[in-house]
Design a binder for this molecule. Structure first.
Ligand code: ADE
Ligand code: ZN
Length: 326
């Protein structure tokens, strides 16, 4: 009601967004036709109906399959522009966009096509809608350390256009420490560091992200709440958590939205933010994620304000830019 109106009108950030996860069925079908690719769905409705997941891996299987329609620079441009148009309607004024180069390189799509397409749309979005941005290149943790190093080598000519690196894909069995050396090299190259941790993986993976990798941010972080030492570490470092409520529900990280730990995170002094993760698959963009919290948790206007401010404080934007919005 009035809280929802406040959220809809407020300028917002998005700090956890996989651009490939913003591929709506309509565009997926259009690109499949354009590139002459067969999809395992009869229709857009059929695709949507298939988006019911038992867990992270169940989602990832459809996510990697869906992105097979992304072949050319123009495809990545169209994908990213559609996302920006959608978040502009939500009053998102700053977005930090993650992409998965390994998922495209292994299909023969050149790094440059991916980067140029995404970045050209982000430039157009900045010019036309005033949306500022950063780009985050994410390593797939189910692949090897060697593959991550190869990806970094492929990215090396373009690193001044990439602000940070991340770590995503199947978490269980692929702890942050598996990538300690790649991340160390990335830090030496001047990149910011983030990692998915504590989405499905144990609190110790969050600890590793902090202490072994030395991340600047944690993506998700839900399961940190199971370990008070890890909570203390996160609070002491004022570490931003990029939390994704609808994603957590769809991937069975929580049994129902009323069980979401967002308020517990705030009450523990953690710098939680609201984000959409893979909006085309999880049923909503940033405002939908805020609305889900308002509908199912006893969230106060102070807490909503805190979440909005956390989004700007946790963003990788310069202070002059941040001040415009706070
Ligand atoms: N890749 C895309 N979305 C992801 C998520 N929520 N967790 C891990 N890997 C992902
Ligand atoms: Zn994610």
């Amino acid at each position: 009601e009035s809280l929802k109106r406040l959220i809809e009108q407020a300028p917002k950030t998005e700090l956890h967004l996989h651009i490939e996860g913003s591929l709506e069925p309509e565009l997926m079908f259009a690109l499949a036709r354009r590139n002459d690719i067969d999809l395992p769905y009869d229709s857009e409705e059929d695709a949507r109906a298939a988006y019911q997941f038992d867990d992270l891996q169940g989602f990832l299987d459809l996510y990697y399959q869906g992105m097979s329609v992304l072949q050319t620079e123009q495809d990545f441009y169209d994908l990213t522009l559609a996302y920006l148009e959608r978040i502009h309607a939500d009053n998102v004024v700053h977005t930090e966009v993650m992409f998965d180069p390994q998922a495209h390189l292994e299909r023969g799509v050149p790094f440059e096509a991916v980067l140029n397409g995404i970045e050209r749309a982000l430039e157009d979005g900045q010019r036309d809608w005033g949306i500022s941005y950063k780009l985050i290149m994410s390593f797939l943790r189910h692949l090897s350390e060697e593959s991550a190093f190869e990806t970094l080598t492929a990215a090396e000519p373009y690193l001044e256009r990439i602000y940070a690196v991340g770590l995503d894909s199947g978490e269980q069995g692929h702890p942050p420490e598996k990538f300690a050396r790649v991340f160390e090299r990335c830090r030496e190259l001047g990149l910011k560091l983030t990692a998915h941790a504590g989405e499905e993986g144990p609190p110790d993976y969050v600890r590793q992200a902090l202490e072994v990798i030395g991340v600047d941010r944690i993506d998700h972080g839900n399961r940190a709440l199971e370990d008070e030492d890890v909570v203390r570490m996160l609070a002491q470092r004022n570490m931003t958590l990029t939390v994704c409520p609808l994603s957590n529900l769809k991937l069975n990280v929580i049994p129902e939205m009323s069980q979401h730990p967002m308020l517990a995170m705030l009450n523990a002094g953690l710098k939680a933010t609201v984000n959409s993760d893979d909006p085309a698959y999880f049923g909503g963009y940033v405002n939908d994620n805020y609305r889900a919290l308002i509908d199912h948790l006893p969230v106060s206007s102070e807490q909503l304000h805190r979440l909005l401010v956390n989004g700007f404080e946790g963003a990788w934007m310069d202070d002059a830019e941040r001040k415009k919005h706070l």
